[in-house]
Design a protein around this ligand. Sequence first.
Ligand code: SF4
Ligand code: SF4
Length: 178
Amino acid sequence: MYGIGLLKGMVVTIKRMVMPVATIQFPEVTRPMSPRARTNLLWFDERCTGCSTCAQACPDGCILVETSPNADGTLNKVRYEIDFRICMYCGLCVEACPYQAIQSGGVFEDAVYEFDTMYKDKHALTKLAHEHLRRNDFTYPHGQVAPKEIIELIAIDQRAHPEPMSKGERVVGASTRG
Ligand code: SF4
Ligand code: SF4
């Protein structure tokens, strides 16, 4: 019978017209990122010894680590920077790090408007890392819970800066941990 296909199409159209909208107004509104998302790299200062193994493992030379010796034999991390402009996300730095200080994972703010903002110093990296922890029950991407002092530090920082990380961000939906 002629017209069956047309009718089927109209049924789909009318159903879609009365259903809730599936799209969101990105970038003003974002959905929660799964804690299992492996979209980028996260660097956790508190886990990092400054050993530079990650920098040596990186084939692209994206990672810069500059240290100075402390009196107790540890290293003071003067600089820790990742140039995401040239990173190919191979994950070799993640595999090389003996302390899981650099892990695969990310938050929505990885998406940027300006290319040069993909160069992240240790402060920018820490901001992203803390944001990831705050949104994911203070759990690192590999599943371990952050130490108490880091949880307290993030809580203090949030009280001082209660506004969302990125301008216009309004996360919709519940956490997708699991
Ligand atoms: S993911 Fe690969 S290219 Fe990017 S910083 Fe790590 S080792 Fe370098
Ligand atoms: S991220 Fe890991 S490999 Fe890189 S300097 Fe820190 S502890 Fe060493």
